[in-house]
Design a protein around this ligand. Sequence first.
Ligand code: C2E
Ligand code: MG
Ligand code: MG
Ligand code: MG
Length: 284
Amino acid sequence: QAKNAGGSTYAFFTPELRVAAERHQDIRMRLADALEQGRIEVKYQPIINLASGKIGRCEALVRWTDPELGVVRPDEFIEIAEHSGLIQQLGYQVVKQALSDIYQINSALREPIGVAINRSPQEFMDLSETGDYLDELAMKAGVAPELVTIELTESLMMKDPKLAERQLNLLKADGFRLSLDDFGTGYSSLAYLKHFPFDVLKVDRSFVSDIASDKDDYLLVKTILEMGSNLGMHSVAEGVETAEQLALVTELGCECVQGYFFSPPISRDELLNYIGTQFPELMA
Ligand code: C2E
Ligand code: MG
Ligand code: MG
Ligand code: MG
């Protein structure tokens, strides 16, 4: 931490802090450029419905490769975007791209698949008219709101529950689906589950990854899924990497699964290819 020395304004940085601060600064500046130049990409990870055995939707995940920094992971740059006012622009570009891509994908299919889009808490709260803005973009893109799921994390509800509730209800009223992402990693999960209008509960990857080896994680996933089902929510297990994990979440009654076992996040064209080879019956 930077400290004030005896009331003076000198701050002492360790070399590590200096490096971190410079990295932060680099990312902020280069991300602003990338957004300006439209160099942000979006990939899609299939979400498989276990009852039908087919892809039901996909999750849109932002990707950014900078000429100098190389691949920067969303976990790193999303947070920086949130703290530097770039998140609105980033979110807007992701939504536009994802809607246009899902429209194109669905043009090639017999029955449309849905798309799940992540929104960060800051982004979500800052927009006073989130519902209208998404509504308008979806309409322009020719995508029915019912096909669009918005993924949010519990931290959203922490800051300003009243505003969060209002925003969520706006989206619901427009017909969008709401998904509670990374469930189990935040706070006061039970109260939020009951109070807020979420349709889908996503079991966090950290529980799924040890489900086969750790009895506690197995029981946690079981409890989360039972609770979600009792509240009438749909469920998705994220981060399914092995056949064993798939068998266990299936046995526990999970509805949908997503993870490297099926596919990593891939480009729009790769996803069309994936559907064509894995589920040819879905192609028009
Ligand atoms: P998330 O929404 O929980 O997304 C799931 C993350 O798990 C993705 O990481 C995905 O690539 C990864 N994943 C999926 N299956 C597996 C698996 O089987 N094994 C492992 N090890 N990982 C798997 P990614 O793309 O790096 O994104 C990280 C986080 O960044 C996301 O977590 C989400 O919170 C945020 N994010 C990504 N795209 C966006 C975006 O467009 N907007 C906002 N606001 N946040 C985003
Ligand atoms: Mg997500
Ligand atoms: Mg998640
Ligand atoms: Mg996450």
